[in-house]
Each structure stands twice: as C-alpha cells, then as structure tokens.
Ligand binder design. Structure first.
Ligand SMILES: Nc1ncnc2c1ncn2[C@@H]1O[C@H](COP(=O)(O)OP(=O)(O)OP(=O)(O)O)[C@@H](O)[C@H]1O
Ligand SMILES: [Mg+2]
Length: 239
C-alpha cells in the first residue's frame, strides 16, 4: 500500500470540510476523486501532503508518516492553482526542482517533458510572462520531473488545451505501467473514464463511493445511454 488514509477529518471552525475519510491506494492505481464544489477534494489533497493540519486521523505514505522526509521524497503534488515563481524562467523551474530533490541525469527527461508540453521554445520565458495554461504545464512538468511513486493532481485539466490534456492522459498510462500511483481530482468524470481504474466520490466532506469504474458501470449506471456523469450528478444531488 503506497497511501493509507485512516479516519481523516478536518474542520475549519464549524465547517466540517472532510469527515471520517478512509481509503488506500496500491502501486499502479489510478484513482479519480470527484465531488461538487466544496466537497472537500482540495482539502483532502492538502491534508495528505501536509499543507494543512488535520483535525483527526492518520496518513501513511509508503508506510511512513506523511509528514516525514521519507514520505515527502515519494510524492509530487500539482495544486489547483499552479505555483510558479515570477522571476524564474521555465527551465530554471526544472533546475530548481532537480536541485531540491538532488536529481541526477534529469536533463533528458526535462527536455522530453518540455517538448511534450510544447514549452521547449519557451524555456527562457519568466514565470510572470506565462499564460494560465503554460503555468499549469510548468507545474505539471515540475511534478513529473522527480518521477514520484505517488502523484497527486488537483484538477489538472482546467486551463489545458486539448493537446496537453491528451499528452497528460498518455503520461498517466505510461506512469501506471511503471507502477506509479495517481490520485487525480476532476469535475469532468467522463473525460477520465478511460484512464482511471477507480473513483472516489465525495459529497460535503463525506466519501459516498469508492468503487472500480467497471463496478460503477455494471451495478449503478442504469442504462447504456446513461453516462457516468449522469450517475454522478444523480448521487451527488441535494435531496
Ligand atoms: N482555508 C479555509 N478556511 C475555511 N474554510 C475552508 C478553507 N478551505 C476550504 N474550506 C471549506 O472546506 C470545504 C471544502 O473545500 P475544498 O476546497 O476542499 O473543496 P473542493 O472539493 O476542492 O471544491 P472545488 O471543486 O470548488 O475545488 C468548503 O466548505 C470550503 O468552504
Ligand atoms: Mg478544489
């Protein structure tokens, strides 16, 4: 088990953002996390990576406490809103990550990622000069560069063009084949159906489903004409 989340909870004052959440991920799992706005997806990511302090619960990454250095070396997190440094160029972002993680022989992979995301001719551009989509791409390249065992992406497709979305999905498949575990949040469940094995559905901080895509299709989606999205809207609707 690369990730174990046990009875995780987080409150902001009176707001219970995440309530009694337990799930685990194995090597090579590609899991989607979906839920309406405010369901607790981003909070869950931030709790797991240690960016927010949990109110309750236990999280282990690769068997280590999630706050430990050992755990931190295993994962990359690509946030909802990309953090790029205004005054670092695209290539300096990658060099910075390589130094922070003491990566060796990363240059070819960095070049490959920049090519795939059509950033190769933008290497000298500064963070502050990048468009929204370009920032998102730089953020993804930085996350991938460290070749994490566990990859967290919070709505990575927002702002990406169709080519970059396709490239990202192809990369998911390559990473899965290498045994990388991926947890990805999305609002457009149908767009991920072909790449994810399993889906976790959150509603108001509560996990209401954790099933394989195949099981959801077989057991829950009513008819051939009903899409996963139809089903998802039905079960997350307010009574
Ligand atoms: N820093 C904060 N302070 C107070 N409340 C917060 C904070 N961050 C999140 N919340 C609350 O926690 C709940 C879950 O928010 P979260 O950002 O995790 O949702 P989400 O599922 O990522 O939504 P979205 O689809 O809009 O990104 C919401 O009720 C939100 O208002
Ligand atoms: Mg969010």
């Amino acid at each position: 088990m690369i990730l174990e989340v046990n009875e995780l909870a987080k409150s902001f004052g009176k707001v219970v953002a995440v309530n009694d959440l337990s799930f685990s991920l194995c090597e090579g799992d590609v899991v989607g996390i979906v839920g309406p706005n405010g369901a607790g997806k981003s909070t869950t990511f931030k709790l797991i990576i240690g960016l927010l302090r949990k109110t309750k619960g236990d999280i282990k990454i690769g068997g280590y406490d999630h706050q430990s250095m050992e755990a931190k070396r295993l994962f990359a997190y690509i946030p909802e809103t990309p953090n790029v440094y205004d005054l670092l160029s695209v290539e300096e972002h990658l060099t910075f990550i390589a130094q922070a993680y003491s990566l060796e022989n990363y240059e070819d992979y960095a070049e490959e990622l920049l090519q795939k995301y059509e950033l190769a001719d933008k290497k000298k551009k500064l963070g502050r000069e990048l468009s929204k989509g370009m920032r998102q791409k730089v953020s993804i390249c930085c996350g991938l560069l460290i070749r994490p065992k566990l990859l967290f992406l919070d709505e990575p497709f927002i702002g990406l063009d169709p080519k970059a979305i396709r490239v990202t999905k192809e990369i998911f498949q390559e990473l899965k084949a290498e045994g990388t575990t991926i947890l990805v949040s999305t609002h457009i469940i149908d767009s991920l159906e072909s790449v994810i094995d399993r889906v976790i559905i959150l509603k108001a901080g509560q996990m209401i489903m954790n099933e394989t895509i195949a099981a959801v299709r077989d057991q829950y989606v009513g008819s051939e004409s009903e899409s996963l999205e139809d089903y998802f809207l039905k079960i997350t609707a307010d009574e």
